[in-house]
Design a protein around this ligand. Structure first.
Ligand SMILES: C[S@@+](CC[C@H](N)C(=O)[O-])C[C@H]1O[C@@H](n2cnc3c(N)ncnc32)[C@H](O)[C@@H]1O
Length: 164
């Protein structure tokens, strides 16, 4: 049974985004309010975050949004994740070396991430938010699509990879 997410806030920051479509948001919100979600299949979201403080904050946000039945978060290193055999979508926002972490240290992290994905996630699609092209190169993977985006003043790209 689909549980209605908590959408009781008057305003959300994403309503200021330039591509925000009020009509779509309003009609989707109405569907939720009217509980018109019968037959809706919701995929499970599984995530990992190594830092305990960030993990706890994310858990809090998930529960404030009423999504605890759909989002399963683990306080582990990504290399410890058990990946489902049936392919899905991986969303990843790794450190860029500007706000968190040192660029040199992060080279190992990106290499490890690339190896992990190639060894464990064949057939999956990866969307990675890249804020540092120098680091992204260490994934040793070829992007099939790049979408420019500004993330908190940082020039970023959403990179799409089809993992072999
Ligand atoms: C750019 S931040 C993104 C934070 C958050 N996921 C978001 O999207 O707002 C990168 C996050 O990756 C986490 N991280 C770094 N190394 C990791 C690892 N080996 N396994 C899991 N998470 C890691 C950091 O603790 C940090 O919170």
């Amino acid at each position: 049974m689909f549980k209605i997410p908590n959408i009781t806030k008057k305003n959300y920051l994403f309503e200021n985004w330039i591509d925000f479509k009020k009509d779509i948001f309003t009609s989707e919100k109405l569907k939720l309010m009217n509980n018109n979600m019968s037959g809706l299949k919701v995929s499970k979201v599984i995530g990992c975050e190594i830092d305990i403080d960030i993990f706890e904050q994310a858990q809090k946000n998930i529960s404030l949004a009423g999504l605890e039945n759909y989002v399963e978060l683990h306080n582990i290193d990504f290399t410890k994740l058990i990946v489902n055999e049936e392919p899905g979508i991986i969303l990843c926002n790794p450190p860029y070396g500007r706000r968190i972490g040192d660029e040199q240290e992060l080279i190992d992290l990106y290499s490890q991430l690339g190896d992990f994905l190639k060894q464990n996630c064949s057939g999956w699609t990866l969307w990675l938010l890249s804020g540092n092209p120098k680091l992204t190169r260490f994934l040793k993977m070829k992007a099939s699509l790049k979408i420019p985006i500004n993330n908190g003043g940082i020039d970023c790209r959403w990179m799409k990879y089809l993992i072999n």
